[in-house]
Ligand binder design. Structure first.
Ligand code: SF4
Length: 403
C-alpha cells in the first residue's frame, strides 16, 4: 500500500530539465521525471555523478519534489527528550552513551519526562520525541509507564518515541512479541516511532559499526511489526563512514520495498555521520571517513527523492546534522521538510556536532521562505497546523535549558 499523496502528481508533460547531462544520466533523469521507478544500478550511476551531471540530478530532484509535495516546506514544533544517556551497547559511532556511575550519567524518572513534555506543550509543541540509551535498569514496565505518565499529564501531545532498538529491548524485558508490545504501547498512547537505529541496513557494514546492535533483519522485523499494528515510523540512514554508494542504493531500495508492503513510513531522514569524539573514527582515521562531503549530502537527499518518489514522498533535511543554512538549501535539491525545532537535542552534540538543541519556529519559517517555498507548520503525520504567508514574522522564543 502506498503512502497517500497530499498533492496530485501530473506526469503528462514532456520531461524537461535545463542542466546539460551526459546521455546515460539524462536517460535516467528523464525516466525519473516520468515517475518511473529507478533501480539500484540507476541510483549508483547518479551517486557517481559530478559537475554538470550532478547539478542535473539536483535540478530534477527539485522538480520531482515540486510535483510530489508542491511548493511547500514544512517543519514540526517538537521537543526531544533523551531520558537516559546510560547504554552498554558500545556502538562505535556513538559518543552519547555513558556508564552507570559516570559523572555525566543521567536517567530521568517518568515524572521528569512528563514535566518536560508538559513544558513543551505549553510552548506550542505538538510532539515530543522520546529516546534514550539501553539502560540496564530499564524494567519490563518502564516504556509502558513512560507513555502512561506523559499521556496522563498532556493527553493531546503526539508521542513519537523509542527507536526499533529500544522496542526490541522492551520486548526482551517484557517477554513479548513486537506486535503485542507495540499494540500495548499504542493503546496507552504511543503515536509513532522514530526509524532510527537503521544506520546502514547492510550486514557487513553494521558489523563494523557495532558488535551488538540490532541486525538488519531485526530492524525490518520491528518496523514491519509497528506498521502492522498501525504505528507509523520514520525511516533513516546514517552515511559517510565506512559505507559506499552501493550500500546507500540498496538501503533506499529496501526502504522502498518495505513501504510497498506496509505503507507505514511517514518520511525518510538522511543523517550524515558526525565523526568527532567517536571511537569509530578516532581508532581508524585512515579507514573511516569523517562524515559525508557537502556534495554527498546534496546527492543523498536528491537521489532519495528520486528513488522513493510515489512511496515515501517526505524527505527531511536534518539541520542538527548539517546546520540550518545547508538544510534549507536541501529544500531545493529534493527535500521538502526541515524536521523539528527540537528544543533540546543532546545526541548529536555529544558526538561533537556544532548544531543541535534548538531552531525556533521563526527561524524555520525564514529558512523555508529563503528557499522560495511556502512555510507550513505540520504535525507528525504531515497534516497542516498553520501556514505562514511570506510577510509573517514570528516572535523569537527563548531557548530552554540543556538536557
Ligand atoms: S547508538 Fe544508541 S544503542 Fe548504540 S551505544 Fe549509543 S545510545 Fe547505545
Amino acid at each position: 500500500m502506498n503512502q497517500p499523496q497530499r498533492y496530485s502528481a501530473s506526469y503528462s508533460q514532456r520531461p524537461v530539465f535545463e542542466t546539460p547531462a551526459s546521455p546515460n544520466i539524462q536517460a535516467i533523469l528523464e525516466r525519473s521525471l516520468l515517475g518511473e521507478e529507478l533501480s539500484v544500478q540507476d541510483a549508483c550511476a547518479l551517486f557517481a555523478t559530478s559537475g554538470s551531471d550532478a547539478d542535473a540530478v539536483l535540478e530534477v530532484a527539485d522538480k520531482v519534489r515540486q510535483k510530489r509535495t508542491g511548493d511547500v516546506g514544512t517543519f514540526v514544533v517538537t521537543r526531544n527528550i533523551n531520558f537516559t544517556n546510560v547504554c552498554y551497547m558500545g556502538c562505535r559511532f556513538c559518543n552519547f552513551a555513558k556508564e552507570k556511575g559516570d559523572k555525566e550519567a543521567e536517567f530521568l524518572t517518568v515524572e521528569q519526562v512528563a514535566d518536560r513534555a508538559e513544558e513543551a506543550w505549553q510552548r506550542g509543541a505538538t510532539e515530543v520525541c522520546i529516546q534514550g540509551g539501553l539502560h540496564p535498569d530499564i524494567d519490563a514496565d518502564y516504556y509502558r509507564n513512560l507513555i502512561k505518565a506523559v499521556k496522563a499529564r498532556v493527553p493531546n501531545i503526539h508521542i513519537h518515541a523509542f527507536s526499533p532498538f529500544e522496542i526490541w529491548y522492551g520486548c526482551k524485558k517484557a517477554r513479548l512479541e513486537p506486535e503485542v508490545f507495540l499494540a500495548q504501547l499504542k493503546t496507552l498512547g504511543l503515536g509513532s516511532i522514530p526509524g532510527t537505529a537503521a544506520e546502514i541496513l547492510d550486514t557487513d557494514i553494521r558489523k563494523q559499526l557495532t558488535k551488538n546492535k540490532l541486525t538488519t533483519n531485526e530492524w525490518v522485523r520491528i518496523v514491519k511489526a509497528a506498521h502492522s499494528v498501525g504505528v507509523k515510523t520514520t525511516s533513516t540512514i546514517m552515511y559517510g563512514h565506512v559505507d559506499q554508494p552501493i550500500h546507500w542504493a540498496n538501503h533506499l531500495k529496501l526502504l522502498r520495498d518495505i513501504q510497498k508492503e506496509t505503507g507505514g513510513f511517514t518520511e525518510f531522514v538522511p543523517l550524515g555521520f558526525i565523526h568527532y569524539e567517536t571511537p569509530l573514527y578516532n581508532d581508524n582515521p585512515d579507514k573511516v571517513r569523517p562524515g559525508p562531503t557537502q556534495d554527498e549530502h546534496f546527492k543523498m537527499h536528491a537521489i532519495a527523492r528520486l528513488m522513493l518518489q510515489g512511496h515515501i514522498d517526505n524527505i527531511q533535511a536534518s539541520w542538527v546534522k548539517m546546520g540550518p543554512d545547508v538544510a534549507a538549501k536541501m529544500l531545493r535539491s529534493g527535500a521538502n521538510d526541515l524536521g523539528g525545532t527540537l528544543m533540546n537535542e543532546s545526541i548529536s552534540r555529544a558526538a561533537g556536532a556544532t548544531h543541535g538543541q534548538e531552531v525556533t519556529p521563526s527561524d524555520m519559517i525564514a529558512n523555508i521562505q529563503a528557499a522560495g517555498l511556502k512555510a507550513v507548520q505540520r504535525n507528525t503525520a504531515y497534516g497542516v497546523v498553520e501556514s505562514f504567508p511570506s510577510s509573517v514574522t514570528l516572535q523569537r522564543i527563548p531557548m530552554m535549558g540543556v538536557v
